[in-house]
Ligand binder design. Sequence first.
Ligand code: ITT
Length: 199
Amino acid sequence: MKLLLASRNEGKIREIKTITEGRIEIISPLDLSLEVSILENGRSLKANAIKKALTYHKIAGMCTLGEDTGLEVDFLGGEPGVHSARYTNYGDVGNREKLLKKMGRGEERTARFRTVMALVLGEDWVEFFEGTIEGKIALEEKGNGGFGYDSIFIPAGYRETFAEMDEAEKNRISHRGKALKKVFGFLEREWEKLKDLCK
Ligand code: ITT
């Protein structure tokens, strides 16, 4: 089975290819040299996920998986949430700095990553999957692995940030790993219909 992944985020693409290895062949826009820019202006993760997936599905005509992820920080009323990618104009480094600054040394640091995936199998066949992981915002950046906000997020039950963790361990417990498990379950259930549709 082949899926086009509607993402240009290299960290995300790497993780999804690793998690799906041996089960699904993931093709990224970078593999196809597809240059598409999508304005992620939806009000929800779901709206952005479907926008990405439908846009690429229309262009490539392939079964397409889109996903949008947000980091929801309780002390900030759920922000940056759906605005996580463009929290500042200075990319991941600027985003992390801004968040740490806003948090200060405050004690209320609980947060979660939430991923919504939209799987487009045809113009009027779309399925949604969600995955979350609870945790807290670290006092400072730690670790060199992962991407995005990983170096400031400590998953519940752990002492290290996602960026200090082994990649396999992050994928086992992460928002993205959980959402993909649901995708696998769906693909297995619908295998008879999908084996010809998504080849
Ligand atoms: P695409 O839309 O092309 O997939 P993006 O970077 O815009 O790429 P998102 O909107 O889903 O993707 O990401 C929102 C932000 O959250 C962005 O800054 C990411 O780097 C970050 N992010 C996403 N998944 C993450 C993860 O597993 N760990 C840490 N940060 C993550």
